[in-house]
Design a protein around this ligand. Structure first.
Ligand code: GLC
Ligand code: CA
Length: 560
């Protein structure tokens, strides 16, 4: 395959609402983003993935779209978007937009027609969504078609009296799922994507791409995820979309899917695949679940970080795609907690563990995605009140926790640890009010630590997390780390994260301690010329048996 731009890219994810506010309404916007392009370019970023910017009632911060052809007034105008694309291109930065194909907002014109039998377009649009008649119990009470559970907690069904039917929503009830068995609907979605391609975008991240097909027999199940996630037919839909929309227009596409077998991985993003170019997979995320926790279950329960699990997920993906496809590497996106709080230590070791996590990830092969604020070591929220949170999911889940027996304090702690809002607080630019994000109270509260954790104080400080990121990005490019071949060492080790990334010119050895305690590693490596090039404590010579301090990490290089 001809070398593609995305194989050499350094992608940065922009959560637009929280990046930079230009007009002081407390909401990040395109003009704010444009004003920071120099910053991103200096950092070494070559592609930006921007979260949804389309018109939306913002039930799920824009993943609930009411008009795909309009730019949300919160974020600016179409003119601003075009200016952003132009300015980014001038700096050799590619633009990737979020494409939401699984659902719309319930305020989208399609859904307004679909739910209302007297609407002139009712017959056309009713079938764009997924409807089922109620069931009735023996006493004649109306029942939902199934007990399936939405990804945000609560049922997937919402009743619509106008048609006496339930509609399916696997996310919030303001996000009805689209019916991918309807060809007119698919035609419309393709036209939307093509229209944005004509505005100049270089790629798409396809939201919720593994959920497109549903089991239309609607069998009973609780939570029932197997009936609306990962069904074989979604590959067919994606392939068809890719062949008609992405490939002929030469735009990059990256999908998302929780997990996959080798066969499936190649379907998604093998070099011959027509579905996607790359895949955002989640195998290394939430590697600290406590399955015995019934009060705050699932992703909300936190136990010890399973380092082996993280390594084996990356290892599996590198092996599955090796030579046949291209990997993406990242720590987290806008749906997970901040990585330092999650896999590192945000109290006594914020800087050390932040650097350790950076070395552990960014010396690997593949194309990296850096999440905004990660490069300055932002951490989870410190919110005191439930109403400080903004995420729709938080409010359903808070109720679930209390119902399952949690105290308010436990529920709040859980949200501070695990909720998506952790990654969504305003970017901390400097020590001025609201962290330099805006001059007015932002839509979501700034983390109180902004006076000590901000970009301004880290710039030009050689020991900062920010300078570490900058250096790593520079090195990735110079050494073509994206292209290397990785081999984990002592992959079964429960505390250490050790690997070699071999490029055509050199070998890079990364040794990280993921724990707050001292550990000893037995490397069993012949030191034939390894030089210590990066460290988060102090420079050290490589020897076979090494004692590592809490969160200590070292990078060695051997030129071939
Ligand atoms: C994806 C997005 C998430 C959103 C959901 C529904 O998982 O990353 O933020 O809530 O899809 O669109
Ligand atoms: Ca604004």
């Amino acid at each position: 395959m001809k070398r593609q731009w995305w194989q050499d890219a350094i992608i940065y994810q922009i959560y637009l609402r929280s990046f930079k506010d230009s007009n002081n309404d407390g909401i990040g916007d395109f003009k704010g983003l444009i004003s920071k392009l120099d910053y991103l370019s200096d950092l070494g970023i070559t592609a930006l993935w921007v979260s949804p910017h389309y018109e939306s009632p913002m039930d799920d911060n824009g993943y609930d779209i009411s008009d795909f052809f309009k730019v949300s007034e919160d974020y600016g105008t179409l003119k601003d978007v075009k200016e952003f694309i132009n300015e980014a291109h001038k700096k050799n930065i590619k633009v990737i937009f979020d494409l939401v194909l699984n659902h719309t907002s319930d305020e989208h014109e399609w859904f307004k027609a679909a739910k209302d039998p007297v609407h002139v377009d009712h017959h056309k649009y009713h079938d764009y969504y997924i409807w089922q008649k109620p069931k009735y119990d023996e006493a004649g009470n109306r029942q939902m078609p199934t007990q399936w559970l939405s990804w945000f907690g609560g049922p997937v069904w919402e009743y619509n009296d106008l048609t006496d039917e339930y509609y399916l929503h696997i996310f919030s009830k303001k996000m009805p799922d689209l019916n991918w068995r309807n060809n007119d609907m698919k035609r419309d979605l393709k036209d939307i994507a093509k229209w944005w391609i004509n505005q100049g975008v270089d790629g798409f991240r396809v939201d919720a791409s593994n959920h497109l097909e549903k089991n239309w027999d609607f069998p009973e199940g609780h939570p029932g995820y197997e009936h609306f996630s990962g069904l074989p037919m979604h590959h067919k839909y994606l392939e068809d979309f890719g062949i008609e929309v992405f490939k002929p227009n030469n735009v990059m596409s990256m999908g998302e899917a929780g997990n996959a077998t080798k066969e499936e991985a190649l379907k998604y993003c093998g070099f011959d695949s027509n579905e996607f170019d790359m895949l955002i997979h989640f195998g290394h995320c939430w590697a600290d679940l406590d399955f015995s926790n019934q009060v705050t279950p699932g992703k909300w329960s936190s136990g010890k970080v399973n380092v082996r699990h993280i390594k084996s997920s990356y290892d599996k993906w590198f092996k599955m795609l090796n030579g046949n496809g291209w990997n993406l590497i990242y720590w987290h996106n806008h749906d997970q907690p901040r990585v330092i709080s999650h896999y590192g230590n945000d109290t006594s070791y914020r800087v050390q563990s932040g650097k350790m996590l950076a070395y552990s990830l960014y010396l690997m092969p593949g194309t990296p995605i850096i999440y905004q604020g990660e490069e300055i070591g932002m951490v989870n929220v410190d919110y005191e009140k439930l109403t400080d949170f903004r995420d729709v999911e938080v409010y359903t889940e808070y109720k679930n926790f209390i119902q399952a027996g949690a105290t308010h304090e436990l529920a709040m702690n859980t949200l501070r640890n695990r909720s998506r809002d952790n990654a969504r607080t305003p970017f901390q630019w400097d020590e001025s009010s609201y962290a330099g994000f805006s001059k007015v109270t932002p839509w979501i509260k700034v983390n109180d630590n902004y006076k000590s954790v901000n970009l301004n104080s880290q710039m030009n400080d050689r020991n900062s997390i920010f300078e570490t990121y900058k250096e790593l990005i520079k090195m990735r490019k110079a050494e073509q780390l994206n292209d290397g071949i990785i081999e984990f060492i002592d992959i079964e080790n429960e505390d250490a994260f050790i690997y070699i990334n071999e490029t055509s010119n050199a070998k890079f050895l990364v040794i990280s301690n993921f724990r707050e305690k001292e550990i000893t590693v037995d490397l069993n490596i012949v030191n034939s010329g390894y030089r210590n090039i990066l460290y988060n404590y102090s420079e050290r010579e490589l020897v076979n048996v090494m004692k590592l301090q809490p969160y200590e990490a070292l990078v060695y290089k051997m030129t071939k």
